[in-house]
Write a new protein. Structure first.
Length: 367
């Protein structure tokens, strides 16, 4: 198999889809790996490191797409990349299509097979390729929130942990999955007053046992959520309905009831976000101000810490990459988890939740 790794071109996206160890694993299996010049620079991986692992360096994005059958990326392809996609390509990357109808239409037009990291699902419902980035985004959401709560950044000017004699800040985490538990670990560690909401009672039981009294768990209803959000200094949204659009849990009325200078880190923005009227922002201008609330809505948070996240990503994707490289499209028919990752094939949306979220025609993948 010829495998291509283009340089990521999203704003301030410094990750790369494969490490030299990943390249070595593929070339040892007899595959050819083509890496775009400087693709690893942002993650402190040089072209020489890739060459040593067996890769060939190519100059342009077009050369990578032209020569390869399997394209590995980190983030969704932008217009300048979509134009190079063809029916013989397998594209393997984060897609988050529920929040981007135009991209879904462009991918259908290309007739390529597009497999989304985030919808690959194990039989127990776990999402193994979303998990490592959710761990990072969850942990980062608290340091991002703390930063934007500072007065200088237009925040309330409150420290998450407080100091002896002064109360800590209130942190409300909506969704107690991977992002939620990682955010909670950081916020509890800093000494904040933490509440975590989820609508899955078993999840709340697990969190309750795990944190042994160091945070409060609350069953998520709109009523309770509104009460807690209005008292919060920092809100972190971390809900997910696999493949579907994130629910708008924080509407304009609720925003208007929040404390002036409070911060929302809308981690679920990659699936459309939980805050009404919020659009994705960029690392270079990460915050959108609504009624004096700082809403941070960057859809590629782990892109800011590529030296951690590039390695965490390859650790998780490599077993699937090797299957795709060894067996091509047949890998999808042999592995049910990989099958659930296929979002677009032969010009059709083949993931039900994605098709429903986009109100596009759904076609069952024939295996
Ligand atoms: N912005 C970024 O850079 C970035 C990075 C990684 C993940 N994410 C996003 O973060 C979100 C969470 O990811 P995750 O891996 O933690 O998912 P997860 O599946 O592990 O957890 C989601 C949790 O949300 C809960 N939930 C669903 N609906 C809810 C509701 N109405 N109220 C309260 N809880 C609800 C579920 O029960 C589950 O426990 C996803 O949208 C994911 O795409 C964003």
């Amino acid at each position: 198999m010829k495998i291509g790794i283009p340089k990521e071109i999203l704003d301030q996206e410094f990750r790369v889809a494969l490490t030299p160890a990943g390249v070595y694993a593929l070339t040892s299996h007899g595959h050819e790996v083509y890496v775009q010049k400087f693709a690893g620079t942002g993650s402190s991986i040089s072209d020489a490191d890739f060459i040593k692992a067996g890769a060939v360096i190519l100059e342009s994005t077009q050369e990578i797409f032209d020569i390869s059958n399997l394209i590995l990326k980190v983030k969704q392809p932008l217009d300048t990349e979509c134009k190079y996609l063809k029916p013989s390509h397998i594209l393997f990357t984060y897609l988050h299509l529920a929040a981007d109808k135009k991209l879904a239409q462009d991918l259908c037009k290309s007739k390529a097979t597009c497999i989304a990291y985030e919808t690959i699902e194990l039989s127990n419902g776990a999402l193994p390729l979303l998990t490592p980035m959710s761990e990072i985004a969850g942990r980062m959401s608290v340091q991002i929130g703390a930063h934007h709560l500072e007065k200088y950044f237009g925040g309330r000017g409150i420290m998450l942990g407080g100091v002896p004699g002064v109360e800590p800040a209130n942190v409300v985490i909506i969704g107690g999955g991977t992002v939620g538990i990682n955010a909670a670990r950081m916020a509890v560690g800093l000494g904040a007053n933490v509440v975590i909401l989820d609508n899955n009672l078993n999840r709340l039981r697990t969190l309750d046992e795990y944190f042994t009294g160091r945070l409060h768990t609350v069953y998520s209803t709109q009523h309770k959520l509104a009460e807690l959000v209005s008292q919060a200094d920092l809100v972190i949204t971390a809900v997910l309905l696999t493949g579907a659009k994130a629910p708008k849990l924080i509407n304009s009325e609720l925003l208007a009831n929040m404390k002036s200078g409070a911060v929302i880190v809308d981690v679920a923005i990659d699936q459309g976000g939980c805050v009404e009227n919020v659009k994705p922002t960029k690392h270079s201008e990460p915050v959108m101000k609504i009624n004096n609330i700082n809403v941070y809505a960057v859809p590629n948070i782990p892109g800011a810490v590529p030296v951690t996240s590039t390695y965490a990503l390859t650790n998780a994707t490599l077993p699937y990459v090797i299957k795709l490289a060894n067996n091509g499209y047949n890998a999808v028919t042999q592995d049910l988890s990989l099958l659930k990752g296929v979002n677009v094939h032969s010009g059709m949306i083949v993931h039900k939740a994605v098709a429903e979220a986009l109100e596009m025609q759904f076609s069952t993948l024939k295996v």
